[in-house]
Ligand binder design. Sequence first.
Ligand code: NI
Length: 227
Amino acid sequence: MLIAVPGMLDAGGVTRVRSIIDDAAWIDGNATSGHQSALAKQNVQLPEASAEAREAGALVLDALTISAEFVAAALPAKVYPPLFSRYAPGDAFANHVDAAVRLRRGSDFRVRSDLSATLFLEPPDAYDGGELVIEDLFGEQRIKLAAGDLVLYPASSVHRVAPITRGRRVAAFFWIQSMVRDDGARRILFDLDRSVQDVAGRLGADADVTIRLTGTYHNLLRRWVDA
Ligand code: NI
C-alpha cells in the first residue's frame, strides 16, 4: 500500500530541518548502501552519525510520533533514525529493493524494513525530475510531493529516484518496522480506522455503532499485532 501523509512536517519544521542540514558536510551516498544499491546510486547524504543528521532526524521523529495519520498507517514498532539525501543534476538512484534489515552502525539497533518512507524537503517546482518511482501491482507510481509531505510504501517494492535535470532534490528517508508485519492486514486496519473516524464524526464517539466498529478494529489488531 502506498500512502501519502500531507503536512507531516509543517513549513516551520521544514525550514528548521533545512537550516540544520544545508551547510553540513555531505558525503557520497554509497556510504549507506548495501551491495545491490551501491551499484545504482548517485547522490550525497549526511553521515548517519553526524550531529546535523541526529538533530534533524530527531525533529522528524518527533513530528512522526504526533501524527495520527502516520501512526494509523504505519502502526510503527521501531523507526530507523532518518537519513538525509540530496540529488543534483545528473544524480539518480536506479531500480532497487531496500535491504530487509537495517542495523545501525556501532549499535545493536536493528529494524526490519516493512515500510519505506520518504519525506520531501524541497518544493517540487524547485527541481525537475527526481520523482520517486515505485512499481506496484497497478504499474508505476511517480511521486513528487510538497515539502513537508511524506510517502509510505512497501519496502519490498522495486523503486528508484528519477534523474534530476534542474535544481536539487533534498529529502529524508527511513524505514519502519510495523507492529503489523503483513501489508494487506495493515491496509485493512488503516481503512477500518478511517471509517471509524468518519462514523465517529457523524454519529458521535459514544454511538453504539462507533463503539462496535472500534471494538472490531482492536480485535483485528489483537489478532495481527506483534507488540
Ligand atoms: Ni530505496
